[in-house]
Design a protein around this ligand. Sequence first.
Ligand code: GLA
Length: 745
Amino acid sequence: MAIAVEEKRQIFHLQGDNFSYIFHVMENGELGQLYCGKKIHTKSDYKNLATREQRNATTAWRLDKPDFQTDVLKQEYAGFGKGDFRVPAYQIIFTDGSRISDFKYSGYEINQGKNRLHGLPCAFEDSKDDAETLTLFFEDKNAQIKLSLNYSLFPHQNVIVRSAEFINNSSDWAALSMAFSAQLDLPDCRYDFIHFSGSWARERHLVRSRLRPGLQSVGSLRTASSAQHNPFIMLARPDATEDAGEVLGFNLIYSGNFLSQAEVDQFATTRVLVGINPQEFSWTMRQGETFQTPECVISYSASGMNTLSQQLAKFYKKHLVPARFAEKERPILINNWEATYFDFDEAKLLTIAEKAKEVGIELFVLDDGWFGHRDDDTASLGDWFADKKKFPLGLGHLSEQIHKMRLKFGLWFEPEMISIDSDLYKEHPDWVIHVPDRAMTPGRNQFVLDFSRKEVVDYIFTMMSKVIEETKLDYIKWDMNRHITEIFSTALPPVAQQEMPHLYILGVYDLYERLTKKFSEVLFESCASGGGRFDLGMMYYAPQAWTSDDTDAVERIMIQYGTSYGYPQSMMGAHVSAVPNGQTGRVTPLSTRASVAYFGVFGYELDITKLPAEELAEIKEQVSFYKKYRRLFQFGKFYRIESPFIGKNNTDGNIASWQVVSEDKKQAIACRCQILNHANAPYCRIYFKGLLPDQKYTVNGSTEEFYGDELMNAGYFVTQTIDAVEHAKRSADFEAKLFIIQAVD
Ligand code: GLA
């Protein structure tokens, strides 16, 4: 039993392979947190962990219990207004305006596995992986509201998935003004808060800073998880590294407004809260209605961040990504966007597809501009039918030609959007998100459809279905290119307007749910101006995501390195594009662009018809190289070796290296990128990871054989980058060296 219950003392011990999570029911009927950390024994009592002391100037629970002071105690899902002055996990507003809840424990149940949620993306258990779900029940008798706290334990990945559900059994309404998915109170504050922040084209850069008294948080109010802050955060001991030390990871299976927060209080304890951002949120439950929070994933590692990322990757593969794609090798694609932008017709696309086929590419993706009369970004979003001018024979005809070449065919959609210059807007101007009599704020010349309305989602579903059927589509790139302003629905009553951000996301999930069910073989890739909605909610439907609009190899090193902490490489769309790069103007070697992109779901984003013969030949080699090692690149165990983020490994951000290792550890590929070349540089070595210490390997086909322990502990000599200068007379900056490590039989 991975979940042990001490019935008499009401202690719950969730024990993963390497960690323990323990809490108990306190005297006041609420849950107290006892321990979250490296695995410890199960026993019948943890008096030491539950010890409390009376503190001055602190309120007590009752006159006869002066030492029971909630502000001093670690709790599991705290309310507000009864003496705990930290930020609470939830708050309910009642009809009389009061905001005090009093939930008392009433029982628990344990079920094997993990059920899916209805209407929300969630973790699941299809793989008989020993998951167990503990549900604890609470009731506020006075208010007649019930609360369930769900804990699903996935012991082998050291993951707990948490959520809360409120049920209003009273005859009055009650409104939630906040409802986090998880709270975790830790006994000290010796942690670094690590988060992944940036912007468009600069997503998920690692930021690490020491926890200090007060609130530290990242969040979004953009109705998208955002490129600015990702919901994934870590708390790491200050001495924790990639390969040692305690780390806790938190992520939300949700794509809308979120808040991931740590609060260090007066006693130097830490409260973590993860969930829907309370700003711009409220949810009214009428009689009999419920509210289910999204799920929060909590993972623990006692051996550093690589382990944490690896166990998360495994967890997502088994318990979050659609099972039919979880282990399926993803096709190498070519996307026409950077090759043509809006300027194409069938003939031009077919020449790109033909060349792509010649070099071994497997999927042709037609990006923005194929529908309505979209010749630039001012028109036609919402009109999901082929542009007759560009496709006089119809889109079905193009797709037939592509399929005849034995290429798969993919299309770009931006289902949530509408252009004023569109048939859809002429027919349904009220379907745009707006506040009547207020100006609408444009973003990329476009506006957003009110996905809280079922008829809107129904309409888009019908339009997309027709195209998918007509083209026998294999792949969809689902884009979302602006954030939501003037959030309001003309179809909702005033009291429900603050439900709109969550309702909107539920509408997005509804469309995803229906499309992925009806067209289960279609591979979805999510996108939001690049990596602006790179989250676990999306991953549940779309196993891959466009990591960033920035395809410059140097920038991508940081973006992919940062992303790798919380997301597997099989989720990261990574393409080779032309130089000078469209975002940075930088010219990097074709080989470097490919070497960085190999460590993701590989593809091309350039006009392949315009390349000189030698580059075309090089691309052909890259494609066959990737095919040879595709499983390793997409699903191998990912190790970060040297960080491009300054200050961690004496490289000042000039060097980055990472590695993938096969399941049996017999094969590995590492990449070492050097941004600027230096003359007469110091000697350096690369220290590979994750190999079998007693196994002999070769590196890049060397005649010398090396034991795994030598390669990991003594390292492998890295030669200077001088060849390029001497032979090709080109800059030797931006070099990526690949190391193919192969076990010797
Ligand atoms: C976004 C995407 C790009 C491309 C364009 C098309 O910016 O991130 O990859 O699809 O939209 O408009």
